[in-house]
Design a protein around this ligand. Structure first.
Ligand code: PEP
Length: 243
């Protein structure tokens, strides 16, 4: 099943989350043939949990810490997230890597911790523009995947991968669907039949083009997920009989 995931990043207060979901749930009501996921900030998880109960929209978090509890000021554990109804966690987003200095080693620990707690990680990988221009895209993707999944056996049915070229995120300059397809195929050749999402400047206009590629199994959407109508349009672009 395709996965349409919203990454709100550091946007929306609990009150704004409530307003968004009131509208969004009505717009996607009854859609069953795709998985719909919203990943609000930690501070909105509680209100989102209440609102999503019994709906067709799942709840995810944008980050986690791999330790279970203790002296880790400012961090949030997987048990804490689980109690709030979180079933997915975005791990290794490029903003975590490049703004907050997350290493492949830390990302590996987070992926392992998610799997141990039965929370599905969405592992993000993607090349920077200079790496792309140097023809290094596939090498970078391979290295990020190998390091993030180090020590793990076949994870293909327990994890999702998001291919998010760093230069395409929030830039209004998406990869072409054909370029995404090539990288997605490469990821599946490495990992087996894993679900691979594309992320990077997806919007209601281009969503269908990505989803029509044979190895694009869903989308991770930032900016265009902040408006409920826009994200609902993207969700509907994935439905065979709609959009
Ligand atoms: C993201 O940050 O995961 C993302 C894909 O952002 P945007 O859709 O704004 O490019």
């Amino acid at each position: 099943m395709e996965l349409l995931a919203a990454n709100w990043k550091m946007n929306k207060t609990p009150k704004e989350t409530k307003e968004y979901l009131e509208k969004f749930l009505g717009l996607v009501e009854g859609i069953k043939d795709v998985e719909i996921l919203v990943c609000p900030p930690f501070t909105s998880l509680c209100v989102a949990k209440e609102m999503l109960e019994g709906s067709n929209v799942k709840l995810g978090a944008q980050n986690c810490y791999h330790e279970q509890k203790g002296a880790f000021t400012g961090e949030v554990s997987l048990d804490m997230l689980k109690e709030l109804g979180v079933s997915y966690v975005i791990v290794g987003h490029s903003e975590r890597r490049w703004i907050f200095g997350e290493t492949d080693e830390l990302i590996n620990k987070k992926v392992i911790a998610c799997l141990e707690k039965d929370i599905r990680p969405i592992l993000c990988v993607g090349e920077k523009i200079e790496e792309r221009e140097a023809g290094m895209t596939l090498k970078v993707i391979e290295s990020q995947l190998k390091l993030a999944l180090s020590g793990l056996d076949d994870v293909s049915n327990r994890i999702d991968i998001a291919y998010e070229p760093v230069w395409a995120i929030g830039s209004g300059n998406p990869a072409t669907p054909e370029d995404a397809q090539l990288v997605h195929r490469f990821i599946k050749d490495l990992l087996g039949d894993v679900r691979v999402l594309y992320g990077g400047s997806v919007n209601p206009q281009n969503a269908k083009d990505f989803l029509s590629m044979p190895d694009v199994d869903g989308l991770l959407v930032g900016t265009a997920s902040l408006d409920p109508s826009s994200f609902a349009q993207i969700v509907k672009a994935s439905c065979r009989d709609q959009g």
